[in-house]
Structures are given as structure tokens and as C-alpha cells.
Design a protein around this ligand. Structure first.
Ligand SMILES: NC(=O)c1ccc[n+]([C@@H]2O[C@H](COP(=O)([O-])OP(=O)(O)OC[C@H]3O[C@@H](n4cnc5c(N)ncnc54)[C@H](OP(=O)(O)O)[C@@H]3O)[C@@H](O)[C@H]2O)c1
Length: 244
């Protein structure tokens, strides 16, 4: 198993699903994880799940830990507060994982309200930019910093396969555009910017070629990329979608 002992890792949208799984996967491998969720109680439940797992398998002494924070990416004040809270606790951040993003469905532009469109783009778009900005000083203080973004096939140019709302496409293209330029501009500083463009994936399911991509496989890609030596700048993971 790849280990991340002593590393400091921040994960957004860590109150459920892939974000929670990512937080637990890094903690299981020795990292101290700052798990942020819109609802602090959800992040606290992730921290509790980590404790329960550690007690269950008797690995308390070898594991990292999970600390819970509130952060609604669509609210800049909470993004800044989360970054400030991390700066009070740590003098560096080794991995920032942009996982949190609200899905918006409906293929027609008229399928969503203005409020839903605004929240979708404010969270994944503006929120991702602001959180990266406010955590950049801590990332720069690390000698092995990675910024990981779970984009989506909806953030790929020419990918029209999802029935997501156009605003979701716009938000995911914003994340992809940010990652693309930051990967180039932060390369001289040794900061890796790693993006994943998965198609629809399921939280649980068989990991075979006849079934949908699973969250575990997406997480394994993240663990692999972050676990590489520092000469290896993996920029993107692209996936071939299951054809039905
Ligand atoms: N699942 C897929 O098919 C798929 C495919 C491609 C890419 N992705 C991307 O992979 C990531 C994780 O996917 P998932 O399936 O685990 O997503 P999910 O089940 O839809 O969960 C979304 C997560 O993002 C959080 N979130 C939503 N709006 C937020 C905001 N304004 N501020 C902070 N957190 C917010 C949610 O928190 P709450 O609990 O508060 O709602 C939840 O933790 C997302 O970025 C998603 O777009 C997913």
C-alpha cells in the first residue's frame, strides 16, 4: 500500500461519497486530513468514520487522522475561513483535493433556475479558484505540493455525453481551465496540478470492463498520482467511457 505518513491533505466535499472516501483513504495511509464539507456535521461524521475504522482494524497507532471543517465553496467567506483555519493549524499543506461540486441535471438551459445555475458555477468555479488562491501560501511552503481536481468528462472539450445541465459543463470547464494554466505556471515551483476527467461513476460496483467506473478506481488514480516521485508530473487522467 502507498503510504502518505505525516502528509497534510485537504479535501473539499468530504462529508459523503467520493470526498469522504478520499479523506479516509489518505488517513488510512498515514496523512493528517483536513476534511471540509458544507455541513460541519457531515465532515465530523467523516472524522468519526475514520476513528471507527482505526479502532475496527486495530491500526490507531499507524494511521493518520481526520479533522472536520465547514466550507461551502459557493460562499467565499467560508472558503476564506477554511483557509484561515488551516493556516492556524499547519505551516504547510501537501495536497489540496478539489472534490466538492454540486451536480446539476437537465440538458436544456431552461431546465434549471437562476439560483441553481449561480450556485453551481459559484461552487465549482469561483470556489475552486478562491480556495486554491487562499491555500497557495501553505502549498508553497510544502516541498511536495499537489493540487488535485476531480473535474469530469463534462470538463473535456468535445465531450457531449452527459445529460448534465450546461451550467455544470461551464463549471467543470472552469475547473479544467484553472488546472491547465496552473499546471504550467506552478511547474517551475515543483507544485503538481493533477486533474481527473472521469465519466459518470458509481460509488460501489463490480470493477470489471462490463460495468461503470467506480469511485474506488478514481481514488486509486489519485493515490497513484500523488504517490509518484517528484520528477513525475502527471497532469491529467482521461477515461474511455463504457458504451451501452
Ligand atoms: N459521480 C460521478 O459520476 C462523477 C463523474 C465525474 C466527475 N465527478 C466529480 O467528482 C467529484 C465527487 O463526485 P461524487 O459523485 O462523490 O459527488 P456527489 O455524490 O454529487 O457529492 C458531491 C459532493 O460535493 C459537495 N458539494 C456540493 N456543493 C458544494 C459546495 N458548494 N461546497 C462544498 N461542497 C459541495 C457535496 O456536499 P453536500 O453533502 O453538502 O451536498 C458532496 O460532498 C465531484 O466534483 C463530481 O463533480 C463525479
Amino acid at each position: 500500500m502507498i503510504t502518505f505518513e505525516g502528509m497534510r491533505v485537504a479535501v473539499t466535499g468530504a462529508g459523503r461519497d467520493t470526498g469522504r472516501r478520499l479523506a479516509l483513504a489518505f488517513a488510512e495511509r498515514g496523512a493528517h486530513v483536513y476534511a471540509a464539507a458544507r455541513d460541519l456535521a457531515a465532515a465530523t461524521a467523516t472524522a468519526a468514520a475514520d476513528l471507527a475504522a482505526a479502532e475496527g482494524d486495530g491500526t490507531e497507532s499507524r494511521r493518520g487522522s481526520v479533522e472536520a471543517f465547514a466550507c461551502d465553496l459557493a460562499r467565499p467567506d467560508t472558503v476564506r475561513a477554511f483557509a484561515a483555519a488551516l493556516a492556524e493549524r499547519t505551516d504547510r499543506l501537501d495536497v489540496l483535493i478539489h472534490n466538492g461540486a454540486a451536480y446539476l441535471s437537465g440538458p436544456d438551459l431552461l431546465d434549471a433556475t437562476d439560483d441553481a445555475i449561480e450556485a453551481t458555477i459559484a461552487g465549482a468555479g469561483t470556489g475552486t479558484v478562491l480556495l486554491t488562491k487562499h491555500l497557495l501560501p501553505l502549498l508553497r511552503a510544502s516541498d511536495r505540493a499537489d493540487v488535485v481536481t476531480l473535474v469530469s468528462g463534462c470538463g473535456e472539450v468535445g465531450n457531449h455525453r452527459s445529460l448534465a445541465h450546461p451550467a455544470f459543463y461551464a463549471a467543470k470547464h472552469a475547473q479544467a481551465g484553472l488546472a491547465e494554466i496552473l499546471s504550467h505556471r506552478l511547474r517551475p515551483e515543483g507544485i503538481r496540478v493533477i486533474s481527473l476527467f472521469p465519466p459518470d461513476f458509481v460509488q460501489d460496483g463490480p470493477r470489471t470492463a462490463e460495468h461503470d467506473l467506480t469511485a474506488q478506481s478514481v481514488i486509486d488514480c489519485v493515490l497513484f498520482a500523488v504517490g509518484q516521485p517528484r520528477d513525475c508530473f502527471i497532469r491529467e487522467f482521461r477515461f474511455e467511457q463504457l458504451q451501452r
